[in-house]
Design a protein around this ligand. Structure first.
Ligand SMILES: Nc1ncnc2c1ncn2[C@@H]1O[C@H](COP(=O)(O)OP(=O)(O)O)[C@@H](O)[C@H]1O
Ligand SMILES: [Mg+2]
Length: 367
């Protein structure tokens, strides 16, 4: 049997470019060489796609030396990268499926998934809708509420409102609850633009800061909470892993705590009572289904210390995927090796494509 060619895509235009490179390094190492051949493709910070002998090594050095520019086909049937210049003409640029190892904007938000749909290429992870609802904190909250799933109270304030009449925006924000309040851009990640605000003036600063990143800003009641995370794997039959806990090194799980100092602690499994972890696992699968998730996701919870109440904070449809990231580590603790996890994700992508292929796409007397 010939090996499947997996187009592993990394880098990208988001603030999580470097994390993506680290995740991709782990995925490429773990691809089962008996079953798969990798076709690695790097996207630069400014959005150009490159193939060649070692795109990952090059992007890690912030160069495209030795690589050649390619583009992804947008029409169905042509499953091969298209060289844009003279480079790569003799290379085998064909692939059978795409594995986007991209986090955040243009990778996890449904945009690149739209490209895969246009090209009719099977791909790992959630589809356009699941990705975009999972990424968008405002829509996500509405969907959870509609499904009766627990989320923290919040309100949306628009950037235009904040810029036009900051005091009016502050009044809307302060209606959410007493302080502390959390302010975040509606559609970002990695805690960029997220702040914990303890009073009117810090709320004003928080709103201004978040509005630098997004048209919509979400304001939430700030909880004093433990942070619990669980990994989901599957399509419609999705399962949840053991539960893990993050103990942030900062006051909350900020950008600094995530990436700049390495002292945040991951506890696997989380020291919590079995009924709590059962409930988290159940809610995680419900959440995954509610957004029409596929393949994988990590669902993050807040467990309020004073009340013991669980809240779904967010879902990440392309979670950090290095071998020391929470998503694979939770599966490893549950009994799945990193490599078999990668294999399973590829199988799930193919299963989903097979299901799509079985659908009628031409209606009535179209001729
Ligand atoms: N309502 C809240 N109450 C308490 N802490 C919060 C709240 N919202 C966010 N946080 C803290 O901020 C961090 C980042 O917020 P999150 O919504 O997860 O955004 P991101 O998508 O950037 O990770 C969380 O991990 C948590 O530490
Ligand atoms: Mg988060």
């Amino acid at each position: 049997m010939s090996k499947l060619r997996v187009c592993v895509i990394f880098g990208g235009r988001s603030g999580e470019h470097e994390i993506s490179l680290r995740s991709a390094r782990s995925v490429l190492q773990a691809l089962d060489p008996d079953r798969y051949t990798a076709l690695p493709v790097g996207i630069t910070h400014d959005g150009r796609w490159f193939a060649g002998p070692d795109p990952l090594g090059a992007l890690e050095k912030r160069t495209t030396e030795g690589l050649y520019p390619v583009t992804f086909p947008s029409q169905p049937g042509r499953r091969e990268l298209i060289p844009l210049g003279a480079g790569g003409r003799g290379d085998d640029l064909s692939f059978d499926l795409a594995f986007p190892v991209l986090h955040g904007t243009y990778g996890e938000d449904g945009t690149i998934q739209g490209l895969f749909e246009m090209a009719d290429v099977p791909y790992v992870g959630a589809g356009v809708l699941g990705s975009s609802v999972g990424m968008d904190k405002v829509l996500f909250k509405l969907v959870m509420q509609r499904r009766g799933l627990p989320v923290v109270e919040g309100e949306v304030v628009f950037r235009s409102q904040i810029l036009r009449d900051a005091e009016a925006a502050l009044r809307i924000a302060e209606k959410v609850s007493g302080y502390p309040l959390f302010v975040k851009p509606g559609n970002l990640g990695s805690s960029v633009g997220v702040s914990k605000c303890r009073n009117h003036s810090s709320l004003c600063e928080g709103l201004m800061d978040a509005a630098r990143y997004d048209r919509r800003v979400l304001v939430e009641r700030g909880l004093e909470a433990r942070e619990l995370e669980v990994s989901v794997l599957g399509n419609e039959d999705a399962q949840a892993s053991l539960v893990g806990e993050v103990v942030p090194s900062d006051e909350f799980y900020s950008y600094r705590a995530k990436y700049l100092d390495d002292t945040s602690e991951l506890r696997i499994p989380a020291p919590i009572e079995p009924p709590v972890s059962d409930e988290i696992r159940r809610l995680a699968v419900e959440c995954f289904k509610a957004i029409d998730g596929a393949g994988m996701a990590r669902v993050d919870f807040l467990l309020e210390r004073s009340t013991g109440k669980l809240y779904i904070n967010e879902i990440n449809t392309l979670p950090g995927f290095t071998s020391i990231s929470m998503y694979p580590k939770l599966w490893m603790a549950t009994g799945l090796t990193y490599s078999s996890l990668v294999t399973r994700l590829i199988e799930l992508a193919l299963e989903r494509q097979a299901e799509k292929d079985a659908l009628l796409r031409v209606y009535g007397g179209a001729g």
